[in-house]
Design a protein around this ligand. Structure first.
Ligand SMILES: [Zn+2]
Length: 278
């Protein structure tokens, strides 16, 4: 191969790598993406299956009906573009018997809600704020960023081994944590500050368009601040501080209130009554 051609080949493959690895978040930030969306969805699905086997599932009909009553309008509020980014038609929603105030969403269309979040997010709209935030992480592909960053930090995490079931238990837990399913394994990886803010704003938009009062998102953070708690939930595990988040949410209220009013006018008016949780 002549040197010039060789150089050209290198340049072309470098350019290709950059094209594959860089994406733009819904709020316009450059993102490092080393995984395909298909592999991320498979990782999310496998992690969720694992959690369903290892964590007790809440079967109480009233609790499940309540969580679905809140979660379904959120998943239906996704735009066509957001739906195509997520790449699944139907979301799987599971309530886990776990007293920690937490919830999460995984690539592949999985939503997990701990029973412990229900008394903290006191109203349906507050739970909608939580779930909108979690689904926001999936829409913005934050799990892909986190797996990609872990791969760089670890000199290559064994994603293929994970998918084929050959990864060591430790590597398996690390992948699950990066995908977003690590809380129960002591591997809760916080998202970054910018990712949290992005998820907050995507969640605010989703809940408003689903017909939940966006002002309740601020009330949720007040409750979160008051509840304290020993195991911080995913959305409290990192900065920005509650104060900053409330200020940011409030600064976006003017553009989201009209979406809420429009949703109500169009008949989207979810009323879900919180059940008693033991
Ligand atoms: Zn979050």
């Amino acid at each position: 191969m002549n040197p010039l051609h060789y150089k050209k080949t290198i340049l072309t493959s470098a350019a290709l790598t950059v094209m594959v690895a860089c994406a733009t978040s819904p709020l316009g930030r450059n993102q490092l993406m080393l995984q395909s969306d298909g592999d991320m969805n498979k990782m999310g699905e496998q992690s969720f299956e694992e959690m369903k086997q290892k964590t007790p599932i809440e079967k109480d009909a009233a609790i499940n009906a309540y969580v679905r009553c809140v979660a379904l309008p959120i998943t239906r509020a996704l735009t066509a573009d957001q739906k195509s980014k997520v790449g699944v038609k139907d979301w799987e929603i599971v309530v886990f018997k776990d007293p920690t105030a937490n919830a999460f969403a995984l690539p592949g269309g999985k939503i997990g809600v701990h029973t412990g979040i229900i008394p903290v997010a006191k109203t349906d709209a507050q739970l909608a704020a939580v779930l909108g935030h979690e689904v926001g992480h999936v829409i913005a592909r934050h799990g892909n960023e986190r797996v990609s960053q872990s791969m760089l930090a670890q000199g290559g995490l064994v994603v293929a081994d994970f998918l084929s079931g050959k990864a060591s238990p430790e590597k398996k837990q690390m992948i699950m944590a990066a995908v977003g399913a690590g809380a129960q394994y002591g591997y809760l990886l916080p998202y970054g500050r910018t990712q949290e803010s992005e998820a907050d704003l995507i969640g605010l938009d989703l809940m408003s368009r689903a017909g939940f009062d966006p002002r309740q998102s601020v009330e949720l953070w007040k409750n979160m601040g008051a509840s304290g708690g020993s195991a911080p939930p995913e959305f409290m595990s990192t900065h920005p501080s509650g104060e900053t988040r409330m200020r940011d949410l409030n600064s976006h209220m003017a553009e989201n209130l009209p979406k809420y009013e429009a949703a109500k006018k169009s008949g989207l008016n979810p009323h879900c009554t919180p059940p008693a949780v033991k």
